[in-house]
Design a protein around this ligand. Structure first.
Ligand SMILES: [Zn+2]
Length: 415
């Protein structure tokens, strides 16, 4: 890679759609397409496609990555073992692009829809042997300093239960360090603090399709972060994660998957809009791996039915819970307004005497059947994932590369 004569970038916005392989962004194109036939309008992702990256980790037992190892590669330039956060394969702490940005006097931000101490986000700001150590990751966000300064200026997502604990109240400590604290959309919109921690759920945020008006969207959080970070004359590094695309993939839940890809699509749009007014910013969107082996068609009839997915009002989990609460099968007509067969209704009804999880599973199977969505696994898959870029130096991310190359390029081009 040649960087001689490359103009340095002031601001970096990196967006990671967790688990968002090609089938998800192709699925989005079908999903956005209003009619069933004709030429499909390119998505925002299509417009900024530049290349692909390989996601495999250096784990001794697995050749498919988890989110921690992939996050670490994207954050530090080092592929590592599954479960590692901010450590190389020899378990040595390696600097992340977020930390480097802070070191260069920039402001930094972490935004996501999972708890903000979850694997992908944590890989950019913690150095820990195992991703399961949630409390310790949260502690790191406050305790690890870069030349005496707190390393993250804006944190928005879920996770109160890890930040307000019996043994330690990190929110109070952040506030003592002149941070603002917000816990709902109203507070987020009216808050004026330049440094801010916003926790909008005990653990993860509801998926977009299930949110009420008190919970911010990924876009609203991204805009709130940009508003603050851009105050710094030295620029900023912002990581935005569409955290739950992956979770929906693990559940083989296409309704949740499209809900979260839509949420991520809007945040990507907002980032591009910010960058398009200026010439000193790079926006990169990519995934850490794909999940579930999602496939567009499974019924051998050359017809995927996104309109079925579009018509559904909530995630299968929420519908299943309502069915259990009400024991009223007629609510299905509202939540899944397409014609279900007698047999499907019987199957669902049977699960009402079982666990909510069983009802959810039944709904997921039925939705996959009617939408003709296929899945091959409940885990991650090893195919390459897309890279999208906009702005200054976007060409450096084109072609086929390793996930670790993204961080290596970012270290080089950050002003
Ligand atoms: Zn992941």
């Amino acid at each position: 890679m040649k960087f001689n004569g490359t103009r340095k970038v002031k601001n970096v916005i990196l967006l990671i759609g967790d688990g968002m392989g090609f089938s998800y962004t192709s699925g989005l194109r079908y999903f956005n397409h209003a009619s069933q036939n004709g030429f499909m309008t390119p998505t925002i992702f299509d417009q900024y496609f530049v290349g692909s990256q390989s996601t495999y980790s250096l784990d001794r037992e697995s050749n498919i990555t988890d989110s921690a190892a992939a996050g670490t590669a994207l954050a530090t330039g080092y592929k590592t073992y599954n479960g590692a956060l901010g450590l190389n394969i020899d378990q040595q702490a390696v600097p992340t692009v977020l930390e480097y940005a802070k070191f260069r006097g920039k402001s930094t931000g972490l935004v996501g829809t999972s708890q903000i101490n979850h694997a992908t986000l944590a890989a950019f700001a913690a150095h820990i042997e195992s991703r399961e150590q949630y409390d310790q990751i949260a502690d790191d966000y406050l305790d690890e300093r870069i030349e005496g300064n707190l390393k993250i200026d804006v944190m928005l997502g879920g996770g109160t239960s890890y930040f307000v604990r019996n043994d330690r109240n990190l929110v109070e400590e952040f506030v003592k360090n002149r941070f603002g604290y917000v816990s709902n959309l109203q507070e987020l919109v009216t808050n004026k603090n330049e440094q801010l921690i916003g926790l909008f759920a005990p653990v993860e945020l509801p998926k977009q399709i299930d949110r009420d008006s008190t919970v911010p969207s990924l876009t609203q959080m991204t805009k709130a972060a940009l508003q603050r970070l851009q105050q710094n004359p030295n620029g900023f590094f912002l990581l935005v994660e569409g955290s739950q695309i992956d979770w929906a993939g693990h559940d083989n839940d296409i309704v949740g998957a499209m809900s979260e890809v839509k949420d991520f699509e809007a945040a990507f749009k907002a980032a591009i809009q910010f960058a398009s007014d200026r010439e000193d910013t790079i926006v990169i969107a990519t995934a850490d791996h794909s999940t579930g082996g999602m496939s567009i068609d499974r019924n051998d009839n050359y017809k995927w039915n996104p309109n079925v997915i579009k018509s559904i009002t909530s995630t299968p989990f929420v519908i299943a819970r309502r069915l259990h609460d009400t024991k009223d099968m007629t609510i299905l007509k509202h939540h899944m307004p397409f014609s279900l067969h007698e047999e499907d209704l019987k199957t669902i009804k049977l699960t009402l005497d079982m666990a909510v999880e069983d009802t959810r599973e039944a709904l997921i199977n039925i939705i996959n059947h009617y939408s003709s969505t296929g899945w091959t696994t409940k885990g991650h898959t090893g195919e390459d994932v897309p890279v999208y870029a906009y702005g200054l130096n976007r060409h450096l991310f084109s072609g086929r590369m390793e996930n670790s190359d993204i961080a290596r390029i970012l270290f080089q081009i950050m002003d």
